[in-house]
Design a protein around this ligand. Structure first.
Ligand code: MN
Length: 236
């Protein structure tokens, strides 16, 4: 036995997302999210100036949940909500990326759901505290298979919907985003060095709301596809 062979004291896990039509997977480095990017959602949340620059928060990379999975109803909330979002997968890193070349850094696109403990998010906002407890918990970042931009092109429009048990709750269009994909990549790269493996959740249209154990969510974006989930029982 050679004790020097092992590099780590435990085997680290690489979180990854499926790529549509490929056996290779997309390893996830970081997950960024845009806070407000559709006017009708800003209005339903009664917050913010509609022309404020985009702001960003993060979720842990291992919060990814894939298509078809069951998401446990998380502890520490009684107002667990969905937000359907277009997800940008970054394939090439950079900092201070210009808007004109921003899409060259995009590997592809996916359907995501920014799962939120809305009660804890509101508490944090009221107290001037960080958002992590409301946004950055276990299994809070469902993400469907990534469609390569090389296959589907870049997206500037396309219907976005989310249904709960077959009832449509959210309807929007990528064309309604206040900040488009190029502007999001460019703006985020002023604050952080982007790298291959980064995912960016780009904000949600109106219609967010709560779900409970047993509910079935289907999120869909035109030219990408579907992300289906089931909400599991409450964690202790
Ligand atoms: Mn969101």
């Amino acid at each position: 036995m050679n004790a020097g062979v092992r590099k780590y004291v435990y085997e680290p896990e690489v979180t990854s997302v499926a790529i549509a039509g490929q056996s290779m997977r997309f390893p996830v480095r970081r997950i960024y999210c845009v806070g407000r990017n559709y006017v009708d959602h800003i209005r339903e949340m009664k917050e913010g100036d509609e022309r404020d620059p985009p702001f960003f928060f993060q979720k842990p990379a291992d919060a990814i949940v894939e298509h078809g999975a069951e998401v446990p109803y998380p502890p520490h909330t009684s107002d667990f909500q969905y937000e359907v979002e277009l997800v940008i997968a970054v394939g090439r890193g950079g900092r201070s990326i210009g808007i004109a070349s921003a899409l060259d850094h995009v590997f592809g696109y996916a359907v995501g759901i920014d799962l939120t403990r809305r009660d804890r998010q509101r508490d944090a906002r009221a107290a001037g505290l960080p958002w992590e407890v409301g946004k950055s918990f276990d299994a809070s970042a469902p993400c469907g298979p990534i469609c390569r931009a090389a296959d589907i092109g870049h997206l500037s429009a396309g219907k976005v919907t989310l249904s709960v048990n077959g009832d449509t709750r959210q309807t929007g269009d990528i064309a309604q985003m206040i900040w488009n994909c190029s502007e999001i990549v460019a703006n985020l790269s002023l604050q952080y060095a982007l790298a291959a493996g980064d995912l960016i959740f780009t904000g949600t249209p109106a219609g967010v709301g709560p779900v409970g154990p047993g509910d079935r969510l289907v999120a869909e974006i035109a030219s990408i596809g579907k992300l289906a989930l089931t909400i599991g029982s409450r964690e202790a």
